[in-house]
Design a protein around this ligand. Structure first.
Ligand code: ZN
Length: 325
């Protein structure tokens, strides 16, 4: 049976100062830090995971925040916009919320049933908040900064920009099992599984776009969901058979991963839904302290000394959110 992803798993981007990243994604976007760990391939750098209460697949946005990182360039061969799903009628609240934080945002509309608020994070990463006429049933993280009635429900879609969309479209449909749901002059929309928020990939064809440069303020890769490692292993064989250069299965502690590049140049990952983020700390305490994989535990002292200190807003943990209405 051909591989068929059930939707988006996470997006990973490169940021700058870790504290600024934390402040923006917790206080600005209202997400929860669900894991504070390090880049397993470069343990002197944090890997910060944000999402809903449990860090459910489809809610996750992750960062490698490198203090003093060079500014990258958003361009062809990248995921150029990361869109989050918010409730219908909430964009006015969000615009004011970001204005209060000194962040400019602008409303745009791509179709009659979708409104977007576009903004950039402190490192220049392009983000959209999308409110759709179709209700997103996912439970939000309820925080002091962003009350549940307005809060992000999870990812909405990733927007890929490529010079030539043909190969990208083929990978999405023939190798990952998405289907084309709409087509406008410059944009193809693909959906996984049931479609709707958390299952969408938009492909923008821009033959003249300069190639993106991977550094601060750019997306490093996007990840699609697979239920478990056995299925992942089958998909890996299938992708190799079809000519992709695919990594071995890598253990990311909270999921396992394979990576390959699609023909348009975007780095794709396939990540498992299991085991999840409460494997090494309780759900109530997610993000509170630095977690390391077993093979890095012996170097904990040295790793902690090489990381810049960060402070987590108290609203990140339910037990410390205080009494609010
Ligand atoms: Zn990833």
């Amino acid at each position: 049976m051909p591989a068929q992803t059930s939707g988006l798993h996470h997006v990973t981007a490169i940021g700058g100062a870790p504290q600024r990243n934390i402040d923006f994604y917790i206080t600005g976007l209202g997400l929860r830090l669900v894991k504070r760990t390090v880049n397993f391939d470069s343990p002197g750098t944090y890997h910060l995971y944000y999402g809903d209460e449990a860090g459910s697949p489809g809610s996750l946005m992750t960062f490698f925040p490198w203090p003093g990182v060079h500014q990258g360039r958003i361009g062809a061969g990248q995921s150029t916009t990361t869109a989050f799903s918010v409730p219908a009628g909430s964009l006015g609240w969000w615009k004011q919320h970001f204005a209060d934080l000194g962040v400019d945002s602008a409303t745009t509309s791509l179709s009659s049933d979708e409104e977007r608020l576009s903004l950039r994070d402190p490192d220049g990463l392009q983000l959209d908040l999308v409110s759709s006429s179709i209700t997103d049933p996912r439970a939000p993280w309820d925080s002091e900064s962003v009350p549940a009635e307005f809060a992000v429900r999870g990812q909405h879609s990733s927007v890929l920009t490529v010079n030539d969309p043909v190969g990208t479209a083929r990978t999405l449909t023939e190798d990952l099992g998405l289907h084309l749901v709409s087509e406008t002059e410059d944009r193809l929309r693909f959906a996984a599984g049931p479609g709707g928020a958390g299952h969408l990939v938009d492909v923008i064809a821009d033959p003249s776009a300069d190639p993106g440069l991977s550094a601060g303020g750019t997306v490093h890769h996007i990840a699609f969901r697979v239920p478990d490692r056995d299925t992942q292993s089958l998909w890996r064989e299938q992708l190799v058979d079809r000519g992709y250069s695919v990594t071995e299965i890598l253990d990311r502690d909270y999921f396992t991963s394979i990576y390959f590049r699609e023909p348009g140049g975007v780095l794709f990952e396939i990540a498992t839904d299991t085991p999840g983020f409460d494997i090494d700390e309780p759900l109530l305490e997610l993000g509170r302290s630095l977690q390391l994989p077993p093979w890095l535990q012996p170097n904990r002292e040295q790793i902690e000394a090489s990381l810049v200190p960060i402070e987590l807003p108290s609203e990140n943990n339910p037990g410390t959110r205080g009494m609010r209405g």
